[in-house]
Write a protein that binds this ligand. Structure first.
Ligand code: PGA
Length: 237
């Protein structure tokens, strides 16, 4: 594991450079994207660089980590909507080659890993980290061999995400997420965490034992992982 620790602004810039380098070498790379507040600075930077002609996503295929069950892609809290509004509309990606698990057709989850495999596998998977160590929506206890599946969201996760909804009641109780195995199959992984609130789980995940009770700790077993942290998130390392 390689740690990149800097200010929030520089973390976004350094993470964006990773995409510039990758796409200059491999313009048709398959990318795994994530939602949440953490990647917003990175996405704004990618949009800026793309606008300046410094990076192009024209030949990229993408797969997102997860989606709320029950939300259509036009719902303003769906992750499809998030990706369209925070990244895809601001870069030159072909939206027909962007994939987000369906929140409505749950049975389609079974085919998601196969679609990733058929596209050539994910070159670079971006991850955030939940306060309980979840990656994607793989909550503590998710088996190592899990592929894309339907999950029950923990109360902690629903409360953490309630800030985006008008009330906790509106936060879906389930989601479709890539599994731990899906994530670990990516050739490289980039995890980002920002803020003091993530310091404890960052410490537990990357300096503690590897355990399914802290899903992000499993990344210690992956051969190519970069952890991008601001000074606050890294403060307990
Ligand atoms: P956040 O979410 O980026 O909004 O903190 C991260 C996650 O839950 O994976």
């Amino acid at each position: 594991m390689k740690f990149i620790i800097d200010t929030e602004e520089n973390i976004a810039k350094k993470a964006a450079q990773r995409y510039v380098e990758l796409l200059s070498r491999n313009p048709d790379a398959v990318l795994g994207f994530a939602t949440g507040s953490t990647p917003l600075g990175l996405y704004a930077e990618l949009a800026r660089l793309c606008g300046e002609g410094k990076v192009s996503f024209r030949d990229v295929t993408s797969f997102n980590l997860d989606e709320y069950a029950g939300l259509d892609g036009s719902h303003d809290q769906s992750y499809r909507y998030f990706m369209n509004h925070n990244l895809f509309e601001h870069i030159d990606i072909d939206v027909s080659r962007t994939h987000v698990p369906s929140g409505l057709d749950i049975a389609a989850a079974e085919a998601y890993d196969k679609a990733i495999e058929e596209a050539g596998g994910i070159e670079l998977q971006l991850l955030g980290i939940g306060n309980n160590g979840h990656i994607g929506f793989n909550e503590p206890g998710t088996p190592l061999d899990s592929i894309t599946h339907l999950v029950d969201l923990t109360e902690m996760t629903r409360k953490a995400n309630a800030r985006f909804f008008t009330s906790l009641d509106e936060v879906p109780t389930q989601a479709v997420t890539m599994g731990i195995k899906t994530v670990m199959n990516a050739r490289s992984i980039m995890l980002m965490a920002l803020g003091k609130g993530k310091a404890d789980i960052v410490k537990a995940s990357f300096t503690g034992p590897v355990t399914t009770l802290v899903p992000a700790s499993i990344l210690q077993l992956h051969p190519s992982v970069e952890i991008y942290l601001d000074y606050d998130a890294a403060s307990l390392l």
